[in-house]
Design a protein around this ligand. Structure first.
Ligand code: GLN
Length: 201
């Protein structure tokens, strides 16, 4: 049984634990580098990406996270987690302390726009066909959600809504604009747990 951690700095951590357990993973909270070292894969939850990013730096996790990503650890980011997996982001408010740009873990060659759906629609749901998920559409729950403006050659688009990319995979990294952990449908988490299993070999 693979152990999948959830980055537990801020955001909807508990919902991901439940979805991962239902998908057959052992779960654990990751707040420190030692905890990160013990997991086979990681979920970066939805929440507020600027907060998660600042706390990751503060807890000394940002560099260890980047190292694990470079070493091929599977990571799934939903919503704020998608933003954190993007190599480049748009719509960033400058971080108030230090005036620095928002840092990301990175790893997926994509440009993500924060709060992209937010202006028209703070929150909405829409059925989505997600490549790699069998058995009919996934109900996409979008909450001040980002979208993917563009992807590099190695990134594969898995789902599109209204002409905008909302799910991407690049090697062992998976990102969705929406929150499958809020729906009781565990197929996206099951796909990710499968990615973790195959990365373990
Ligand atoms: N708007 C949030 C951000 O920019 C993401 C929202 C979410 O995770 N539901 O981090």
């Amino acid at each position: 049984t693979p152990t999948v951690g959830v980055l537990a700095l801020q955001g909807d951590v508990r919902e991901h634990f439940a979805a991962l357990a239902a998908a057959g993973a052992r779960t654990c909270a990751v707040r420190r580098a030692e905890e990160l070292a013990g997991v086979d894969g990681l979920v970066v939850p939805g929440g507020e990406s600027t907060t998660i990013s600042k706390l990751a730096v503060l807890f000394g996790l940002m560099e260890p996270l980047r190292e694990r990503v470079r070493a091929g650890m599977p990571v799934y980011g939903s919503c704020a987690g998608m933003i954190l997996l993007a190599d480049k982001i748009l719509g960033t408010a400058p971080v108030t302390s230090g005036g620095q740009e928002q840092e990301t873990i990175g790893g997926i060659d994509m440009l993500v726009r924060r709060n992209a759906f937010g202006r028209q629609n703070e929150s909405f749901e829409a059925p989505l066909d997600v490549k790699g998920v069998e058995g009919g559409p996934v109900e996409g729950v979008f909450i001040r959600a980002p979208w993917v403006e563009s992807t590099g050659e190695r990134a594969e688009v898995l789902a599109v809504h209204d002409g905008h990319t909302v799910a991407v995979r690049q090697d062992a990294l998976l990102a969705t604009s929406f929150h499958p952990e809020l729906t009781g449908d565990h197929r996206v988490h099951a796909m990710f747990v499968e990615m973790v299993r195959s990365a373990r070999g």
